[in-house]
Structures are given as structure tokens and as C-alpha cells.
Design a protein around this ligand. Structure first.
Ligand code: BGC
Length: 749
């Protein structure tokens, strides 16, 4: 009866709009939240702050682990990682039978697609195409929403310049400016214009914060970072996502200067909620409230609950710390009722904004599900995304695109990733990356499948030689590879990492290609024209390949449409336009390496120059710089033009260049603008990205590309932790990557 009454109260009001900023009915939602809060017991409230795991741990039998019982008792506010659709309906029905009938919110890691698998997020960032990224997230969210998920633990906006860290694949790379634009695009795609639209879901910006700066590139490790660096390198994408209206945030596992992020009041309350005025809900990372005890920063569950809630965190993902410790913390006077209420309000607001009170089954419509999941146009988008993410690093003699009227007719496709679908375990399947139980290796179009059709259509002859499967090579593999290469005019070698080599907890201490893969290269007949296609989740070191192969194409982990997208790029149907979102080092010994470093007092000009900041055994410059990527055409840049050479504070600085396609085919170029502050109060990075535009130019076409810099773009966090621009000289650079640029200076007066 109570349920019916509550449903009627809530149904008479309409919950629409987003949680932050642009919402249309926050007041409306607030009124409803207060009415509900007034009816809730302490247990009901603590229940709403508790998130438990769904059938990924219990299997399809939802009654296991007492899940249904806990939901019925109102002890669960949210369920994460639940897959079975029918069981979601059962769980939601059960929640409605609990004391106040508060609907559950279902959360899921929708990292690079839901049922249709797109390239990994790092690959998407390499497209530098924000419209594309937004469209990918729109599809991913629509599929997840149609399958009963209401909330994704995405985007991961952690900046990192440590490729040893397995999770770089889930982010947008090393740069806070690019990372901010990607973060906004993802939030827009996931949440759309209106959270109550049943084709959108809530975003969760993670991991707050500095998770990508773990010492040694080791997952979960401690972070020691200055406040200045935190604000410049780590926080910008979080702020951008918060301002784009992201409904929720997630804590990170790490400590920051000794404080576990889940109980970091400075981060959550002072910066996120205070300075940025963000009003959403923040969930812990998996058991991170409980891990405050392991960190040694909380004594027991009561202490952990006190510290996490007091810092401003709201929902406990699976550690049960709030269930075990919050009541006691209240009884002992360590937290107040008002603090608990505030956290509960944030959870309820999310549920109202998603429209779950108006119709708890709005995301559980089986007809919509059938009509939405894995539509053919989603696959089309996956193909477009994979092709636009690929980065051409080397193309000596213009070996690519493959030319049907050229001298190379017989092509040998060789390597462990040429046609692999031997491993049924989704986590181990190379093209897919990590993180989604729906990965189905049978749905991947392999390079062999796609190239067979596409190349033979054009008159090429293709042989496929799969060798070194499951990361082991025998002498037979090497001789097969050698024979296949010998009998062909050109070799396409598919090398890289396995699916299990990346993602959470999958850090590495070397970035080299596996030894057995390098050995395949050694077995190739010398001088054989070779294209290496690299399937990777992170920057890697492949010196030998760079010497032996004329062309190197970074394909990343491209998702279901791997083969088709690869065929599009290799045949020139798609002209590659991806640019690296992370520096590729020469070797792991250079890590951490990033383009936006400080100059030092002794920058090295040439390798071997003593008493400068370098190495004895290799240059300090990277193998491939941030922002780098070739095309099948060439672009030339004019000198930079600026309307004047001195600007007053508050004035905007206009910068433009003319970019011309001087090659033989149409292509896309990412025009990048960097600055350097030459006269700040503290040392500033040698380059900082402040703008980019992706343009398309027909053969012979020129375009003027203009950028506008504001005073904010020239500002930085100074010694007094004030965000300010200093008067003096600035350099401005424009080019197609962070190394090869046009340069000019101006004064800020
Ligand atoms: C990861 C999060 C993820 C969560 C839920 C954690 O281990 O760090 O990124 O969202 O699990 O699956």
C-alpha cells in the first residue's frame, strides 16, 4: 500500500532535466526528494548509499548471496555489473516491494561500447574527432539503456604519461587540454540533453583523482603530486566533465600525498563541490572505502565510514563499510544526520533525474531492447571509429595505400593477430580490450576475413599465415612465417599485445614487442616490403620493426570492426588521420615521458651532449611525439599570422595559419596550437596544447585555420595557487604534431 501511495505522489510530479546546470526542474526534483527523505528511516537511508554487485558474481541466480533478500529489505540503493535482463526486472520489482519502494539504479562499465564494441578509449582519443566520440557514446548509452542499465562508470578522464600503467587504454592520453575536450564529448554522448530520456544514461567521471600518476606505473600505487601539478595536469578534464553536466563522479583507489582519495575532503568538498559548484553524487571505486583501512588511514569500518562520508563521498561500491559502520558513526556522534541526509539526497536526485520514480521499468522494455541492441548502423559507426583512430607512424616510399596497379600483387598476411579467434575467453581476445562481459569474439571481423574480400576484389592475391598463437612460438611458426613472406611480394605483419595485456591491474615493466614477435621480424627475408600493423593498448617500443618495416600502422584494439577498418585504411578508402594522444618512447627507460615537460636548466640539444639533461645510451627525445600521425597526402603550413604583437589583459589573441594539401589525395589534418609562457613566475612547460581543429582538404586545397586564445588560456596556477596570466613574452606554435611546428611570439602587457 505504501508503495502505491508513494508512486502516486511521485507520479503526479514530473522529473525531467539534468542534475547540473542546464536542468529544467531541479526544484521540482528537490521537492520530491525532501518529501521522500522525510519518510525514510536511518536504515532506508543507509540502504540507499549501498551499492552491491549483481550477477557477475552471483551468476544468473539472483537469489544467491541474498541479493533479492537485501533488495527486499531496502538495504541496496544500486546494483552494478548486472547482465541478465529478466533478472533486472525481478530485482526492480523486488525493490518496489521494499519499505518505501525506492527503485534501484543499475550501473555498468560501458567503456568502449556496450553490445557493439568500439575501439578502446585511447584509440578514440587518437581520432581527435569530438563529434565522432560523442556519437560513439550516444550509441553505447542507447544500447546500455535499452538493456536496463541506467548509469555507466565512464568516462575515465585520468591523464597519464606512464604507458606502463595498464589503464592508459581507458583514458584519453597525456594531455589535459585534449583530455578535457574528450571528457566533454563523452559526457554529452552518454547523457544527451536530458537524463530522463530513456535512451540516455548517467555518466560517472572517474577516477577522482590522480589515479594515472601512480608511482612506477603500478596500478593502485600511491601518488605524490604537488597541488600545482594536480590542478594543471590532473584536474582539468574532471572540471570540464563536471561543467558539461556529468551526473556522478567516482573516487580513485590511490592515496594522494598520503590521503586515500575516497576520504580526501580537499578534493571532494573543497574543489569539486566548492570551487566548481558541482552538485552530483560521488560513488567510491570498488571497495575503496574499505581500502582506507588497508591504506592505514582508517582504523575500522566506523572510522572509514566517518572519514569517507565527511570528505563528501556518497555511495559505497561493494565494501559494505556504510552498512557496517555508518549507524555506529552516527551513534558515536562522529557524523551527523545532516551529513547522511545530504548523501542520500544526492542518490535520490539521480534516481529522480533518470525518471526511475516515474517509471521504474522505463529502461526495461524488451521491445526497445530488441530494436536497439547491435543495430547495423552501430556496426557502421564502429567501423568508421576504428578507421579514424588508426595512426600511421611510418610509410617509407609511400608503400601504403596498397596499389592494385603497383608491383606488389601477392600479399602475405602473417602473425598472431592475422585471424585470431582461438581464445574463447573474452578477456583474452586481442581486438577487444578489456572490461565488458558481452565481448563475443565470434562477432569480430578479423583482418584476414576483411582483407581476403577487399584485396582480392582489387586483384591482389592474399595468403594468411597465423603463427605464434596464444603468445607461444615454435620453430615451425618461424619457418611458416618465413616461407609465406618469401613467396609474397609484400608482407602485412599483425603484431601487438594480447587482450589480457592491458586494463586494470595489467601493468608492465617493459614496453617492447614480445620477444617471439620480434623474432618473426628477424625471420623475414631481408628487403621484403613490409607493413607492420600494431594492435596495442598503450605506447610500445618496436625498434626492430621500425627498421625492418617500411610502414607502421598503429591500429590499437579496434573493436568488432577491426578487419573492415583495417582494410579501409590499407586500401586507401580511408586516408589515415589519427594522431598520437600519448608520446611513444624509445624505450621504457624514458618513462615518464611527455611533450609538456619543463625545460630544465640544461635541456639537451643533441644526443651525447654532456652536462645536459639526457641519457648516455639513447637520445632523450621520444620515438614518436605527442600529436604525431602521417597521412597518405602531405600538408604544408604557412607562417603564423597574428593581428598584432602585443596584447592587453582581457584581449583575445587571434592566431591563424594557412594549411594546404600538397599531396595527391584528399585527407584530414589535425591542426594543433601550442603555447609557451616565456616569462612566468615559475618554469612553464616547453609546450602546452591550447587548441586543435580537424580539417578536411581536397588535393591542392588550402584553408585558413584560426584560433582564439583568451587570457584564461594564458593563465596558470602560480606559486600562490592563483590561476593567473603573467605579463611578458609568450611563444605560439602551430603544426601537425607537437614537434614540427611554425613559431611566433607576442607580448602580454
Ligand atoms: C574500477 C572502476 C570500475 C569499477 C566497477 C573498479 O575496479 O577501478 O573503474 O568502474 O571497478 O566495475
Amino acid at each position: 500500500m505504501k508503495n502505491i501511495i508513494l508512486s502516486c505522489i511521485v507520479c503526479s510530479l514530473s522529473a525531467v532535466g539534468m542534475l547540473n546546470g542546464q536542468n529544467t526542474s531541479v526544484q521540482n526534483i528537490d521537492t520530491r526528494v525532501e518529501a521522500l527523505l522525510a519518510k525514510m528511516s536511518l536504515d532506508d537511508k543507509i540502504g540507499q548509499l549501498n551499492q552491491v554487485v549483481g550477477d557477475i558474481s552471483t551468476g544468473t541466480d539472483v537469489s544467491k548471496d541474498d541479493l533479492l533478500k537485501q533488495v527486499r529489505a531496502g538495504q541496496v540503493g544500486s546494483i552494478l555489473s548486472h547482465t541478465n535482463f529478466e533478472n533486472k526486472i525481478t530485482l526492480q520489482k523486488t525493490a518496489l516491494k521494499s519499505n518505501l519502494g525506492i527503485p534501484l539504479v543499475f550501473g555498468f562499465d560501458v567503456i568502449h561500447g556496450y553490445k557493439t564494441i568500439f575501439p578502446i578509449p585511447l584509440a578514440q582519443a587518437a581520432s581527435w574527432d569530438m563529434d565522432l566520440i560523442e556519437r560513439i557514446e550516444r550509441v553505447a548509452a542507447a544500447e546500455a539503456a535499452a538493456d536496463g542499465q541506467n548509469w555507466t562508470f565512464s568516462p575515465m578522464v585520468d591523464i597519464s604519461y606512464d604507458p606502463r600503467w595498464g589503464r592508459v587504454m581507458e583514458g584519453a592520453g597525456e594531455d589535459p587540454f585534449l583530455g578535457s575536450r574528450v571528457a566533454e564529448a563523452r559526457v554529452r554522448g552518454i547523457q544527451g540533453k536530458d537524463l530522463s530520456d530513456p535512451t540516455t544514461i548517467a555518466a560517472c567521471v572517474k577516477h577522482f583523482a590522480a589515479y594515472g600518476f601512480a608511482e612506477g606505473g603500478r596500478d593502485y600505487n600511491s601518488v605524490d603530486i604537488s597541488e600545482q601539478k594536480l590542478r594543471e595536469m590532473v584536474l582539468p578534464p574532471f572540471e570540464a566533465a563536471a561543467k558539461a553536466g556529468a551526473a556522478t563522479f567516482m573516487n580513485s583507489f590511490n592515496t594522494i600525498n598520503g590521503v586515500p582519495a575516497s576520504m580526501d575532503k580537499h578534493l571532494i568538498t573543497d574543489i569539486l563541490r566548492g570551487e566548481w559548484g558541482w552538485k552530483g553524487m560521488i560513488v567510491s571505486d570498488w571497495a575503496s572505502f574499505g581500502e582506507t583501512i588497508t591504506h592505514g588511514a582508517a582504523e575500522d569500518e566506523v572510522d572509514a565510514a566517518t572519514k569517507c562520508l565527511s570528505a563528501g563521498s556518497d555511495m559505497d561500491m561493494v565494501s559494505g563499510v556504510f552498512q557496517k559502520g555508518l549507524r555506529k558513526a552516527l551513534e558515536k556522534g562522529r557524523v551527523t544526520q545532516a551529513q547522511i541526509d545530504e548523501a542520500v539526497r544526492r542518490v535520490l536526485r539521480l534516481k529522480f533525474a533518470l525518471g526511475l520514480f516515474d517509471d521504474p521499468f522505463r529502461y526495461l522494455d524488451s521491445k526497445r531492447r530488441a530494436a536497439t541492441l547491435e543495430k547495423p548502423e552501430h556496426r557502421e559507426l564502429a567501423r568508421e571509429a576504428a578507421a579514424k583512430s588508426m595512426v600511421l607512424l611510418q610509410n617509407d616510399g609511400g608503400l601504403l595505400p596498397l596499389n592494385p596497379s603497383g608491383p606488389f600483387r601477392r600479399i602475405a598476411l602473417i602473425g598472431p593477430f592475422a585471424d585470431s579467434r582461438t581464445n574463447k575467453d573474452y578477456m583474452s581476445f586481442w581486438t577487444l580490450g578489456v572490461g565488458n562481459p558481452y565481448y563475443d569474439s565470434t562477432k569480430v571481423v578479423t583482418p584476414a576475413q576483411a582483407l581476403k574480400t577487399e584485396l582480392e576484389k582489387k586483384g591482389f592475391l592474399l595468403t594468411v599465415t597465423e603463427v605464434c598463437l596464444n603468445a607461444t612460438c615454435t620453430e615451425k611458426d618461424y619457418s611458416l612465417a618465413r616461407d609465406a613472406a618469401r613467396d609474397a611480394d609484400l608482407v602485412i605483419l599483425c603484431l601487438g599485445e594480447n587482450g589480457l595485456d592491458c586494463g586494470e591491474s595489467r601493468c608492465v615493466s617493459t614496453l617492447e614487442l614480445r620477444k617471439e614477435q620480434e623474432k618473426i621480424l628477424k625471420y623475414l627475408p631481408s628487403g621484403k616490403p613490409t607493413v607492420m600493423v600494431l594492435f596495442n593498448s598503450r605506447p610500445m617500443d618496436f625498434k626492430l620493426a621500425a627498421e625492418k618495416a617500411q610502414s607502421i600502422l598503429v591500429a590499437w584494439q579496434p573493436g568488432y570492426e577491426a578487419g573492415n577498418a583495417l582494410a579501409d585504411v590499407l586500401t586507401g578508402k580511408v586516408n589515415p588521420s589519427g594522431k598520437l594522444p600519448m608520446t611513444f618512447p624509445r624505450s621504457v627507460g624514458q618513462v615518464p615521458i611527455h611533450y609538456n615537460h619543463l625545460n630544465t636548466g640544461r635541456p639537451q640539444q643533441n644526443f651525447g651532449q654532456m652536462w645536459t639533461s639526457g641519457y648516455l645510451d639513447q637520445p632523450s627525445t621520444p620515438a614518436y611525439p605527442f600529436g604525431f600521425g602521417l597521412s597518405y597526402t602531405k600538408f604544408s603550413y604557412s607562417k603564423i599570422s597574428m593581428s598584432k604583437s602585443a596584447y592587453k589583459r582581457g584581449e583575445t589573441v587571434d592566431v591563424s595559419v594557412t594549411v594546404t594539401n600538397t599531396g595527391d589525395v584528399a585527407g584530414e589534418e589535425v591542426v594543433q596550437l601550442y603555447i609557451r609562457d616565456m616569462s612566468a613566475d615559475i618554469s612553464r612547460p616547453v609546450k602546452e596544447l591550447k587548441g586543435f581543429q580537424k580539417i578536411r582538404l581536397e588535393k591542392g586545397q588550402s584553408k585558413i585555420v584560426s584560433f582564439r586564445l583568451s587570457e584564461k588560456d594564458l593563465s596558470y596556477w602560480n606559486r600562490d595557487l592563483k590561476f593567473k596570466a603573467d605579463p611578458g613574452t609568450f611563444k605560439v606554435f602551430v603544426g601537425g604534431n607537437s614537434r614540427d611546428v611554425q613559431e611566433m611570439s607576442f607580448e602580454l602587457q
